[in-house]
Design a protein around this ligand. Structure first.
Ligand code: ADP
Length: 480
């Protein structure tokens, strides 16, 4: 009795392991057919797969597994037994090398995993090109068909449980082509979830001296529940993967588009910026003070637009091509930071903000990429200035912790609430994105910062108190 239970458990375990070993729908159908005919599985003689096509509302013959003659039946079983003997030899070999306490668990894991491989092998050897497969591959059954026979598989699905069929059954009459292929009695198993039809599988015991009965129906009911669950998950997984691929593709198209448009904009903008500067400085001819004021504003706005366009180009190019050859070397961060400060000061418009590096002790050299570090500090300072009040103070502080240099950019500006703090690194995300927001920018600076840090071995932390200010800290390994 116990032995029978144990065998039952083993079969269940093997079937479940095999069903969960793939997310590929074709492989799963192969495993389903094999599990039905294998002596390690449900031990029917033959299994036939009719797959549902939701587009045309049809069932079509797809794959069959099992012998078509007495002789083939013997070969089929012998082959399976030979495989099992090989498997056992392998397990004995493993046993000799293993700690005794682990043997049972290890045995069954290896054997169940090997069974999945063995089953897929069986499909390739006995299923793909077999006469049985060929005999069903031309068959299609449609709900819209005129004759009742054509609606056979739909009727089986309506039943929602395995149906034992005998020739001359008049409850659900068997189509003559199916009757010709199948044994005197067979079971039709619908594989459907609550929301989806997948397939109908037919099984029989041809060439075996055993009738089909209630126990088989119970086993098949369990099996069809498991199979439909696994297929439903696989379909979901595949749909998700396809959606992810589409999104990635769209994202690349978007980045390419942004990059192309921005490149096109940059050239004329640079011309406007250059010429308006020359005109404003009176280098092309004398101008009145009013004209100078207006030209100065044109020049400032052109500079601002160039900055935005540069941000778009930078983020789009990193997203599509990565940041190219990253040259991580020993660098002294101070001169790089000073260059970034001077760039920010060049464009801090009319706001009076004090930017001050606080250097209490020697700042160590770090392992980083010079250009990336300059861009990162530039973006952090640019934000600190933008979100500070007039006369605000910005401090750049340094500290060392566990082999890393921490460079903090602290401001006393408007701050960011807790909820938004985790989202500000996303592209185009801005805390206040109303059209009338008083701050310029596109929501790209921090996204560029994060991409550059990830590519050059750095990290970033953000802390903030609304109304009090924000601190952005970047961390790079100290050069030793
Ligand atoms: P933007 O170009 O809009 O500044 P960022 O990616 O650099 O884009 O920043 C995203 C958003 O994060 C900003 O729009 C702002 O809402 C918030 N933010 C970034 N830095 C600060 C800061 N120092 N103080 C307050 N808010 C900030």
């Amino acid at each position: 009795m116990l032995d029978r239970y144990l065998k039952g458990f083993q079969t269940i375990n093997r079937i479940l392991t095999a069903l969960s070993s793939s997310t590929n729908i074709e492989d799963l159908y192969g495993i389903i057919l094999s599990a039905l005919v294998s002596p390690h599985g449900l031990n029917f003689s033959r299994s036939f797969l009719f797959v549902y096509d939701p587009k045309f509302d049809t069932f079509s013959g797809s794959l069959a597994l099992g012998p078509s003659t007495e002789k083939e039946s013997r070969e089929f079983r012998e082959d399976m037994e030979a495989e099992e003997r090989a498997l056992n030899r392998f397990l004995v070999y493993q046993e000799n090398r293993l700690d005794l306490s682990q043997i049972n668990l290890w045995d069954s894991c290896i054997s169940d995993l090997r069974i999945s491989g063995l089953w897929i092998n069986m499909v390739q050897k006995f299923g793909l090109e077999s006469a049985l497969t060929k005999s069903i591959q031309r068959l299609t059954f449609s709900e819209r068909g005129k004759r009742r026979e054509e609606k056979y598989f739909h009727a089986i699905c309506e039943k929602d449980c395995p149906v034992l069929q005998k020739k001359n059954d008049d409850l659900i009459p068997i189509p003559s082509v199916i009757a010709k292929i199948m044994d005197e009695e067979f079971i039709a198993v619908p594989i459907c979830s609550k929301t989806q039809r997948f397939a109908v599988v037919l099984v029989d015991r041809r060439f075996a001296n055993k009738r089909l009965g209630q126990e088989d129906l119970r086993h098949l009911q369990w099996f069809s529940n498991q199979a439909s669950l696994v297929l439903e998950n696989a379909v979901l997984y595949n749909n998700l993967q396809a959606a992810y691929r589409d999104l990635k593709e769209l994202d690349t198209i978007k980045s390419n588009f942004l990059s192309t448009v921005s490149h096109e904009l940059r050239t004329p903008l640079t011309t406007i910026y250059g010429f308006s500067g020359l005109l404003a400085e009176g280098k092309v001819g004398e101008i009145t003070e009013k004209q100078q004021n207006l030209l100065h504003r044109v020049n400032m706005n052109a500079a601002h637009l160039i900055n935005l366009v540069n941000d778009i180009i930078e983020v789009a190019e990193i997203q599509v091509h990565g940041i190219g050859d990253v040259n991580i070397t020993e660098i002294d961060p101070l001169p790089v930071i000073m260059t970034a400060i001077s760039h920010v000061q060049e464009r801090k418009d009319n706001k009076i903000v004090d930017i001050e590096p606080v250097i209490d002790e020697e700042v160590p050299h770090i392992l980083a990429e010079e250009h990336a570090l300059e861009r990162i500090i530039y973006h952090l300072l640019d934000n600190a200035v933008k979100f500070s009040k007039d006369q605000g103070k910005i401090r750049i502080k340094f500290s060392q912790e566990e082999g890393e240099l921490r460079i903090s950019v602290e401001d006393e500006g408007i701050g960011i609430d807790h909820e938004n703090l985790s989202r500000i690194f996303d592209s185009f995300y801005q805390v206040d994105n109303h059209l009338n927001r008083p701050f310029d920018g596109l929501g790209l600076g921090l996204s560029i910062t994060r991409l550059l840090l990830a590519a050059t071995g750095g990290k970033i932390q953000a802390e903030s108190m609304p109304g009090k200010g924000s601190t952005f800290t970047i961390l790079y390994p100290v050069f030793t």
